[in-house]
Ligand binder design. Structure first.
Ligand code: HEC
Ligand code: HEC
Length: 287
């Protein structure tokens, strides 16, 4: 055979191989995306009581719903990386037209959509232990918000995102939750438990489910293990949560934004409880 012909055949074979591996990765990724999860029934009802709705608004600030889904909850383009993914947060008032209260609770706590598939990019593991009354208040609040009719592109997971799924990086949230685990009941008369609860729903999304820090973060700086909070006297900690300004006055970028948008909605007692819990956790870790 002439060298040119050999080269042409080799190129065609390699091209075929590349196409076949592309298709294989695509389909294997699709299997992970399309996996169905079954979840125990949840009995929950929303309320039209003004005080409950107001509580739901505040909880949706500290839990970050209003950050990721935008202040009017109508959703936004949350992130996009070529060949990896496009992540659009859901328009919650629009879902309210078709979702039952149980559908909402299943999506929020379990990360499972009505069609049984996992959410992708919604931090449901942080909300698994969310108290019934808080969840119900948030759903009540969503139901008061208007759908402004904006159309957003769908979320997609493209080829490089699917490779990450196959590598086990960023598994779909529902696959990381034990859906039959009993919900932990926190005793709010105990300051440490109140603090742990609030830290779970407000901090673990970035700092890790057990506050051990995250190897990857959504911003330029990585969220550290929260034992660092034990180095903060309580007034400096309160200042950090209210303004995003750390000890030493460094610019914390993302932490800065979440502090000013979300954590200003904590009461002083809640900030003290979070601090007390994080100090206690750091002392136990040091033993
Ligand atoms: C870190 C960003 C982030 C935060 C915080 C967040 N969400 Fe989401 N949420 C998302 C993304 C991304 C999706 C889209 C998931 C998908 O399409 O698979 C989503 C989807 C949803 C859905 C729809 C799931 C479905 O059935 O299709 C609901 C309901 C929802 N979020 C409610 C909430 C509520 C309530 C809160 C606060 C308690 C909240 N989210 C906090 C990012 C976030
Ligand atoms: C949306 C993501 C996000 C959330 C939610 C979040 N953090 Fe952070 N946090 C970060 C990142 C990122 C950094 C690292 C910033 C840097 O070093 O540039 C950080 C840094 C910190 C630091 C270290 C400050 C220092 O001195 O270096 C503390 C303490 C902290 N966060 C506490 C909290 C607490 C408490 C909560 C919950 C009430 C919380 N964070 C929620 C992203 C987040």
């Amino acid at each position: 055979m002439k060298p040119l012909k050999i080269a042409a055949i080799t190129a065609a074979a390699l091209g075929g191989l590349a196409l076949a591996s592309y298709a294989a990765v695509w389909l294997l990724g699709e299997r992970i995306i399309a996996r169905k999860y079954s979840v125990p029934a949840i009995s929950i009802t929303h309320s039209t009581d003004a005080a409950v709705i107001d509580h739901g608004r505040r909880m949706s600030e500290v839990a970050g719903c209003r950050g990721c889904h935008s202040a009017d909850l109508n959703g936004k383009l949350f992130g996009e990386a070529r060949f990896v993914y496009r992540m659009t947060t859901a328009n919650l008032p629009r879902l309210a037209a078709t979702y039952s209260d149980e559908d909402f609770a299943r999506s929020i706590r379990h990360g499972v959509k009505p069609n049984g598939r996992s959410v992708i990019g919604m931090p449901s593991p942080a909300f698994y232990d969310m108290r019934h009354e808080d969840l119900s208040a948030i759903i009540s609040y969503i139901r008061t918000m208007p759908d402004k009719g904006e159309r957003l592109p769908r979320s997609e997971t493209w080829i490089l995102g699917r490779i990450e799924f196959l590598q086990g990086l960023y598994p779909p949230e529902a696959s990381t939750i034990d859906h039959n685990a009993p919900q932990r009941i926190y005793d709010f008369s105990n300051q440490l438990e109140l603090g742990e609860y609030l830290a779970r729903i407000a901090c673990s999304e970035c700092h890790g489910i057990n506050f051990e820090g995250a190897p990857e973060g959504p911003g330029p700086g990585l969220p550290p293990d929260l034992t660092i909070a034990a180095a903060y006297p309580s007034d400096a900690f309160a200042h950090l949560l209210r303004t995003g300004e750390p000890l030493g006055g460094r610019d914390l970028e993302l932490m800065d934004d979440v502090a000013r948008d979300r954590f200003v909605h904590f009461t002083d007692e809640e900030v003290e409880a979070i601090h007390a819990f994080l100090v206690d956790r750091a002392m136990k870790a040091a033993q």
